[in-house]
Each structure stands twice: as C-alpha cells, then as structure tokens.
Design a protein around this ligand. Structure first.
Ligand SMILES: Nc1ncnc2c1ncn2[C@@H]1O[C@H](COP(=O)(O)OP(=O)(O)OP(=O)(O)O)[C@@H](O)[C@H]1O
Ligand SMILES: [Mg+2]
Length: 399
C-alpha cells in the first residue's frame, strides 16, 4: 500500500475520562478519501464490545487497513468519528490514543535487541526504569521469549518475531490492539499454532483485539465478533454465529463460508409468515423468512436472493426443495466426505453452478443427480450488495 503524504492533525480533543460504555470502540460514519481521490472507506459504522476478539474481514482492497490506520490516527479521516471507551478520539494524536498496532511484517527495529524493542515504547513515555524492567520481564515470560531478549530481530523465526511484536504493543497496555494480517506470511501449520497462541494471549491480557484477515476460515476460528467489509462499506457486523447463520447479504453468505445463491420473485408467503415461495428460473422453491428485516408480506412481488449452505444439500428427490443437476465434478477427500460441483439448467437459458458437500464418500453412475434441501436452510437475503467475486450472469440463478 502506498504511504500517505498527509500529516496528523493538531489535537483538538483530549481524552476526558468519560464513563465507560460496554462498547470499547464505536466507529460512526467513518469515511476516508485519500489525497488522490480514492474513496477507500465510505460511511462505515460498527461497534466492538469490550474484551472481544473482533475480526475485520473482506477481500483485498476493501478498506481493512485504511480502517485500522484511521483508528490509530495515521492520517486525518475525511468524515465521521471514533470513540474509544466512550471518549471521542477522532482528532487525538496517535501516541495518546491507547491503541496498539501490529503490522503484517511486524516492523521490529532491526538495530535494537528484542529487549530494547519491547522497552522502546515505555522509554519514550519516560516511565521509571524499575517499572520498565518489571513489565518487560513479566511480559517476556508470558510470551515465552525470555530466553531470547539479547538477540536481534534477524535471529528470530517468524513465530518468535510475532511474539516480540505483540509484546512490544502489549507492554503499553493498550485498550485496543489492532493486528493487520499478522499471520499472512506463515505456513499453514505455523499459522494454526500462532492462532492458538493469539487466543491464549487475548484471554490472558483481557485486551480487545481487532484482527484483520481475508481468510474466512481463520476468522471463524478466532472471532467472537466479525465485521464483514466489501468495497469500502460494512456489509454486516455481528457475532460469528449470526454472520454465518444469518448472513445479511449475498456477499456475506458467499464470503463467510460457502453458499449456493438463488434468486427469484417472491410469489407468496405461508399463512404463519415463516416461509416464502420464490419463483426462480429453476422452479419454485420454499425459503425461510426468519432472516428478513421487513415483514414477510412486504416482500411479495420483490426480487430476493436466498442462500443455502452446501452442507445442507443432500441427494434427495423427496425433499421440500429439489433440483435436477448435471454433475460437473466429484471430489472425494479422504476423511472429509465428497464435494460435488453441479450445474443446473433453467428457463430462459439460465445456468448456475452449485456446490454440495456430502459428509459420506459417494460415487455416481449417472451424469445427473437430484439434490434436495429443507426450506429452513434456505436463508432469504434481503439487503442487496455488490458481488465482486461472483459472475452474476453465470453463478446467480435467475439472472
Ligand atoms: N495512500 C493511499 N492513497 C490512495 N489510495 C490508497 C492508499 N492506500 C490505500 N488506497 C486504496 O484504498 C483502497 C483500500 O485499501 P486498503 O489498503 O485499506 O485495503 P485492504 O482491505 O487493507 O486490502 P488488502 O487485503 O490487500 O491489504 C484500495 O483501493 C487502495 O488501493
Ligand atoms: Mg491491508
């Protein structure tokens, strides 16, 4: 990412020690337009509960780093406000913000030892020497880096560097620790080990973490709360359970876990309001209205997408919803069932590729298969969104 040439505004607001709220962070209407006119984030709002492990997730270029840099005050924001523990810090100088930032490449000072790296922030704040000694040695022990305090950063492995970078931020006891893809360059096994380490550190320090990644499986493993960003906007913010089980938009449904997306016109609503019957180019399907924001009756006649998780689809021609498909590919993964790639052909030349995940290993004699799923697993997605990773013509039924 290119460096901004802007400087930090003079502070106009000092933290006043206003009463704490349950949220440690409130971002209200944040917009950042870079000097070249790029609108990197536009009117985003989200809150983070004190002590949560929050994961900010979205595709490359969607504005994740810009959001983190806005929180630490790397540059003046274009519009909006940032509250930390109820205090407006929108114009507070970076070093007074009580927010730590760990970069993807850690950015340790190469000419300083591990110990000097960790001491650096406290020394800049001119804390008493014995306090610094005590804090650094306590932290080094907790982070299991006490045996390498005299080494220089280049003598450390990636995992050790990460722990030093975390120690350097945590020693300042920030209210909020931001981590920008800190495991991006590590191999899969080391990533998994460092994820467990991060969760342990998060529990032990009781600090709120905001962790950026574009890896949705990592997000699901780490997060209490997920903020899903796309194209400079927040698509959804909520518990990882809600974001997975009740995605607000087709983008969220496909980015956080896999989903098959259907689209059609709502023909009618069941008497109790719990089900919608939706006409697509592939036939009429029943979907659950539980995820709708509007009253179900209000969406009759509307074009509404719905999503089905591939693991809720089975080979079943007697299910509530069925669809005959051509089999494109059968992938048997030892130990994790069978993944099917299917193609459905509908009216008006509509074609859609679908995924199905079967828990058992399966083989198929025919070229076609009839799949089925229950209406309760067909989640209606009311809000519209941009789908940058999906070829609408090809992948979204009914288009
Ligand atoms: N200094 C800058 N000047 C102009 N445009 C910028 C600058 N920094 C970032 N951008 C643009 O702002 C948008 C958001 O960038 P940002 O780095 O926040 O995305 P990101 O979600 O962190 O992406 P990645 O996952 O690739 O790190 C992109 O279009 C990017 O090109
Ligand atoms: Mg980034």
């Amino acid at each position: 990412m290119a460096e901004t040439t802007q400087t930090i505004d003079e502070p106009t607001d000092e933290p006043t020690g206003a009463p704490a709220t349950e949220d440690i962070l409130n971002v209200n209407g944040l917009t950042k337009v870079y000097p070249d006119g790029t609108v990197a984030v536009e009117d985003i709002s989200f809150s983070i509960a004190d002590g949560d492990f929050c994961v900010l997730i979205g595709p490359s270029g969607c504005g994740k780093s810009t959001t983190l840099h806005s929180l630490v005050g790397k540059f003046p924001i274009t519009d909006g406000e940032v509250l930390l523990d109820g205090v407006d810090i929108t114009n507070t100088e970076t070093y007074k913000r009580d927010i730590g930032l760990v970069f993807q490449d850690f950015q340790l000072f190469p000419h300083l030892t591990v110990e000097e790296n960790i001491r650096y922030g406290l020394e800049r704040l001119e804390r008493p020497g014995d306090e610094i000694d005590r804090k650094v040695s306590e932290l080094a022990e907790t982070m299991q880096i006490d045996g390498m305090l005299e080494r220089s950063p280049e003598e450390l492995s990636a995992g050790q560097k990460q722990r030093v970078a975390l120690a350097r931020s945590l020693v300042l006891e920030p209210k909020l620790l931001l981590l920008d893809e800190p495991l991006g360059d590590m191999d899969y096994k080391l990533q998994k080990r460092m994820e467990r380490e991060l969760l342990r550190i998060h529990r032990e320090f009781e600090t709120t973490f905001v962790y950026v990644t574009h890896d949705q499986t990592q997000a699901m493993r780490l997060a209490d709360q997920i903020v899903v960003m796309n194209d400079g906007k927040v698509e959804q913010s909520g518990s990882s359970y809600d974001v997975y089980n009740a995605p607000a938009t087709a983008f969220v449904a496909t980015f956080v876990g896999d989903s098959d997306i259907f689209r059609g016109e709502v023909a009618e609503i069941s008497e109790d309001g719990s089900r919608a019957r939706i006409d697509t180019n592939f036939g009429r399907f029943e979907a659950s209205t539980a995820n709708l924001e509007s009253a179900p009756a209000d969406v009759v006649g509307e074009q509404i997408p719905f999503s089905v998780r591939p693991q809720y689809i089975r080979i079943d021609d007697a299910a509530e919803n069925t669809l005959e498909c051509d089999i494109l590919d059968v992938i048997n993964q030892p130990g994790s069932g069978t993944q099917l790639l299917l193609e459905a052909n509908g009216a008006d030349g509509a074609v859609s590729e679908l995924q199905v995940k079967l828990t058992e290993q399966a083989t198929f004699d025919e070229d076609t298969v009839t799949i089925g799923w229950d209406a309760e697993h067909a989640t209606m997605l009311e809000r519209t969104s941009v789908l940058p990773d999906i070829d609408l013509e090809k992948d979204v039924l009914g288009e």
